[in-house]
Design a protein around this ligand. Structure first.
Ligand code: GLA
Length: 384
């Protein structure tokens, strides 16, 4: 059964009624621009064809009841739980967080019954959390007839995650999931939230993006993410700028000379050079030179591995094996410490590269990776 039908079937079975509608939101990968979003910088993600679907209908009791195929038991919460961050936890916190963010923004959020089904794997760094937040947000906005232009959705969904769930993430994931467009990568300025849809015609170039799920368990990902963010903010303060976005690559050496420890210097170098790599990638894509972006992807990986120190051996193994098998470029995508790698490959050699990575894993005694070729898909939408 496809994901939309699973959401409907779950809704019927759980609530004995028909949903009023179904809303779908995708996962995402980030082509390039990692740990730049919370530094007010640039990112270039795209939405995936894997989606989370929410079937929903209004509930007169003013409560929210959520069932997910991940869990037998539905979670029920009322306004008092939604108004106090932390009261709802686990996967349902992303739902309660959206209700919280909407209420905090002054909206009269309708009670609802929801059923969630998803093809976005959880814990793989493909933003299953942004997908559920965005699908639920779309459902509640429609069911309640709320006056909330889509341009404001990413910030609101991010607030759900930052302030209710308690993860200090940036605005990239929600932006990609909400604003993504088929056949395009989303060039986002995280300071101004201005976006440009950049044509990313893999098919036309005879290329494919292979996504490799490292299956590495996320080790200390939350604490390390928060530590990276703090270290960037401290460095910006030392340098007297609002955010590391304000350090131009041409001024990097001078900026590094003003920092007194090597670790901070490496963190700053990653962010500043990564912002420039996003701009360079966008310039190449605008010129139709998709294949030539490969070296920038690989350079981004080296920077995450050596300077930002957010990769793990499984991830580095996947990147090295993909490159050795002929990928034009490869890098970890997402927050780090596990998750996925993406590789830019000839469409005709995607299977061979996937097999080479799987072999390398076996030789190193690692759990077999997951592999999938993807094209940029559209963002959140109402299905019916
Ligand atoms: C996670 C966060 C994003 C971003 C990336 C790293 O995906 O949710 O906001 O910071 O890590 O680029």
């Amino acid at each position: 059964m496809n994901v939309a039908d699973r959401a409907t079937a779950g809704f019927r079975q759980r609530y004995g009624a028909e949903p009023a509608g179904r809303w779908a939101a995708p996962g995402r990968v980030n082509l390039i621009g990692e740990h730049t979003d919370y530094n007010d910088g640039f990112v270039l993600p795209f939405a995936l064809p894997l989606r989370t679907v929410v079937a929903a209908a209004p509930a007169r009791d003013g409560h929210w009841t959520v069932w997910s195929e991940l869990d037998d038991e539905p979670v029920d919460f009322g306004p008092a739980d939604a108004d106090e961050p932390g009261r709802v936890d686990g996967w349902a916190a992303y739902v309660a967080g959206v209700v919280w963010a909407l209420r905090a923004d002054g909206h009269d959020v309708p009670g609802a019954r929801l059923a969630v089904a998803s093809d976005v794997p959880v814990g793989s760094g493909l933003s299953s959390s942004a997908a559920i937040e965005s699908a639920v947000l779309a459902a509640l906005v429609d069911l309640g007839g709320l006056d909330l232009p889509t341009g404001r959705w990413p910030r609101l969904a991010q607030r759900a995650e930052n302030d209710y769930v308690g993860a200090p993430t940036g605005i990239m994931d929600q932006s990609a999931v909400i604003r993504g467009r088929a056949g395009h990568a989303l060039f986002l300025d995280c300071r101004t939230e201005e976006v440009e849809q950049i044509p990313f015609d893999l098919d036309g170039a005879g290329l494919a993006v292979l996504v490799i799920d490292s299956r590495a368990p996320h080790r200390h990902a939350d604490g390390e993410y928060a530590a990276r963010r703090k270290s960037c903010e401290r460095a910006a303060a030392t340098l007297g700028v609002t955010a590391l976005r304000d350090v131009d690559v041409a001024d990097l050496d001078a900026a590094l000379a003003r920092l007194d420890d090597d670790e901070t210097r490496r963190r700053v170098r990653h962010v500043v050079t990564e912002n420039q790599r996003v701009l360079d990638t966008v310039a190449l894509l605008r010129a139709g030179r998709v294949r030539d972006t490969g070296p920038l992807l690989t350079a981004s990986h080296a920077s995450m591995r050596d300077d930002f120190e957010i990769t793990v051996p499984e991830i580095d193994t996947a990147v090295e094996a993909a490159l050795a098998a002929g990928a034009y470029g490869a890098r970890m995508t997402g927050g780090g410490f596990g998750g996925c790698v993406l590789a830019l490959v000839d469409a005709g050699s995607a299977d061979a590269v996937a097999a080479a990575v799987t072999d390398a894993y076996a030789r190193n005694g690692l759990t077999a990776p997951g592999t999938l070729t993807v094209l940029p898909a559209g963002g959140v939408t109402r299905l019916d």
